[in-house]
Design a protein around this ligand. Structure first.
Ligand code: ALA
Length: 588
């Protein structure tokens, strides 16, 4: 085992050389994306299930004050976006955070990030695809069209529903009583019925989520046939998406009852924080456009702009939508799967045509998230394969369509197959933790670059100049000052939080303890090394959000990374080009 190879960073010059070798062998990706295409792709990736669906639950718990969560999360993502922008400008390579980590931390962490990004793109697409399917089924049901339940739900949900309802029936409950009971029990009956009604093959019921299969196949086909086709589809759908959201805002504004904003934070700070995962999920995606770096006309200039423009536009839209929704109906009514359509429905302001229109546009435009993430995932695999960490076929470019064809098809299968048979919506929290982890690593990478702890290995080596740099603000006194102000604010407004924390009541406090230790260390480093403030704030805010996702998600995430490490040592380590080159130079 050559431990050195695990932590050996790849200089930007080396990365560019490797990409050139790959291009000469397999062909280049076409450079067709301009700044507005990138902005559109960013909006396409950001606005999706988060705002069309999960915002309802966040508003239910947090009340109107959920807008503070949108502001805080938007700022946290803004710091990270600036760090991504600096890297994207310095290393305009498709691997995104994976490649940035390779250049700053070495191969092992790069692999971990590459594996982690699978969570952000492919796994979150499973969540979006399932949410999309629910939205579609609700929509067509309004027009009296129904799909047999056994082709509109996953196998495992139907199986569990059948088991549970059978148990309740054995206990003497009647089916009609279970069906009319509240919440999840009525869904159980649908699952039970689906199990009974499903056609059988060799005695096994055929139950799967066909809408998910349909949308994933369509998106995979678009991303397979070319980046131009993907770009055109995204541009058209983004215009529709923004039009729908603006309609909700402008029409909804007439129905705002300021009384609905009182109390503004009915469940306090804790209630607002319950929405962290949903709100952060709504922001995920701006970084996906950095995976198209090799398809941009002027990546060094346009990628930073595209990321920042899309983030700013989406933040403004999110905050306004949250204000309008919570102003139109009481927050307690918002725990529904399609809140934007709901507020215009019979339970809201009763404008059925408008409600239907928003639902139609919601269905059409949520598909754009799937589109961009299915562009992103194959390009990360392509970059990993070029470095030898995945088999060569992952970086094969289609001779006609000029897309990483194998990785594109595999991504489609990766999303479609699990969603056919399992309801994986609970992995949304894991998606958020995985993405925050990648953001935190990118912010730390920028700190290392700026601090000169690692060499940028000739960032400007092949005649390219760095186009974007985060403005340097010295954190020496500012960061410790912000921490002191934060502590004082917690002491004034919620002193119990500090006393409970110091009393260490249970293991759920471990994430917060780790966060506090990190902040103390950062204060020391800021003071000692005059670190750049923006990446420090990016790292701190992402770490805080990770803390709020809870220890159970930390453990699940740890297990996920451990599985990734096993795969790395079974394949990636053995085939790593960097390790082979290091060993070659060592023996010669
Ligand atoms: N931000 C994306 C969405 O909300 C993942 O669907």
């Amino acid at each position: 085992m050559h431990w050195k190879a695990l932590f050996h960073t790849k200089s930007i010059q080396q990365i560019n050389q490797d990409v050139s070798i790959h291009k000469n062998r397999d062909g280049e990706l076409p450079k067709v994306l301009g700044v507005w295409d990138l902005t559109s792709l960013g909006i396409a990736a950001i606005i999706g299930a988060g705002i069309f669906s999960t915002i309802g639950n966040a508003a239910f718990y947090g009340g109107p004050a959920v807008i503070f969560l949108f502001v805080f999360t938007g700022i946290a993502c803004g710091f990270s976006a600036l760090c991504y922008a600096e890297f994207a400008s310095a290393i305009p390579i498709a691997g995104s955070a994976y490649t940035y980590a390779y250049a700053t931390f070495g191969e092992l962490l790069a692999w971990i990030i590459g594996w982690d990004l699978l969570m952000e793109y492919a796994i979150s697409n499973i969540v979006v695809a399932i949410s999309w399917s629910e939205y579609l089924l609700n929509l067509i049901a309004r027009y009296g069209i129904t799909v047999p339940r056994y082709f509109a739900m996953d196998f495992m949900s139907a199986y569990r529903g059948h088991q549970q309802v059978s148990g309740l029936l054995e206990q003497g409950q009647s089916l009609s009583a279970i069906a009319t009971s509240s919440g999840s029990q009525s869904h159980l009956v649908q699952a039970y019925q689906a199990w009974l009604d499903a056609p059988r093959l060799l005695g096994l019921p055929i139950i799967c989520n066909l809408p998910v299969l349909g949308i994933t196949a369509l998106i995979t086909w678009i991303t397979y046939v070319g980046i131009r086709e993907s770009k055109k589809t995204s541009n058209v759908l983004v215009v529709l998406k923004i039009a729908a959201i603006l309609m909700v805002i402008f029409v909804g504004a007439f129905f705002i009852n300021p009384g609905n904003w009182v109390p503004f934070a009915p469940n306090g700070f804790g209630g607002v924080l319950r929405g962290v995962s949903s709100v952060f999920f709504a922001y995920i995606g701006f970084d996906a456009i950095s995976t198209t770096a090799e398809e941009c006309k002027n990546p060094q200039k346009d990628l930073p702009r595209g990321m920042l423009y899309s983030l700013v536009i989406c933040t403004i839209l999110y905050i306004t939508v949250a204000l309008v929704l919570t102003g139109m109906v009481n927050y307690q009514k918002l725990a529904v799967g399609d809140p934007l359509a709901y507020v215009f429905g019979p339970e809201g302001v009763n404008m059925p045509f408008f409600s239907g229109l928003v639902a139609v546009i919601g269905v059409v435009t949520m598909a754009t998230v799937l589109l961009v993430f299915q562009i992103g995932q194959p390009r990360i695999w392509m970059a990993m394969s070029r470095d030898g960490l995945l088999p060569p076929i992952f970086s094969a470019i289609h001779p006609k369509y000029k897309t990483p064809w194998f990785s594109t098809i595999l991504t489609g299968l990766f999303v479609a197959v699990p969603s056919l048979f399992m309801n994986l919506t609970e992995v949304a929290d894991l998606t958020s933790i995985g993405t925050l982890f990648a953001f935190a690593i990118v912010c730390t990478g920028v700190l290392l670059l700026k601090n000169g702890t690692i060499s940028n290995g000739g960032a400007n080596g092949n005649g390219r100049t760095k186009k974007y740099k985060i403005p340097h603000i010295n954190s020496k006194f500012i960061f410790p000052g912000i921490v002191a102000a934060g502590l004082a604010a917690v002491y004034c407004f919620n002193p119990d939080a500090i006393f409970n924390f110091l009393a260490f009541k249970d293991h759920h406090q471990i994430p917060m303890m780790v966060f506090c230790a990190e902040v103390v260390l950062l204060c020391y480093l800021c003071f000692k090394k005059n670190l750049s403030l923006i990446p420090v704030l990016g790292l701190t805010s992402c770490s805080y959000l990770i803390t709020e996702l809870g220890i159970t998600n930390w453990i699940r995430f740890g297990v996920w990374l451990a599985i990734g490490l096993v795969i790395y040592f079974l394949y990636g380590y053995k085939h790593s080009r960097l390790r082979q080159a290091l060993e070659g130079s060592h023996t010669s």
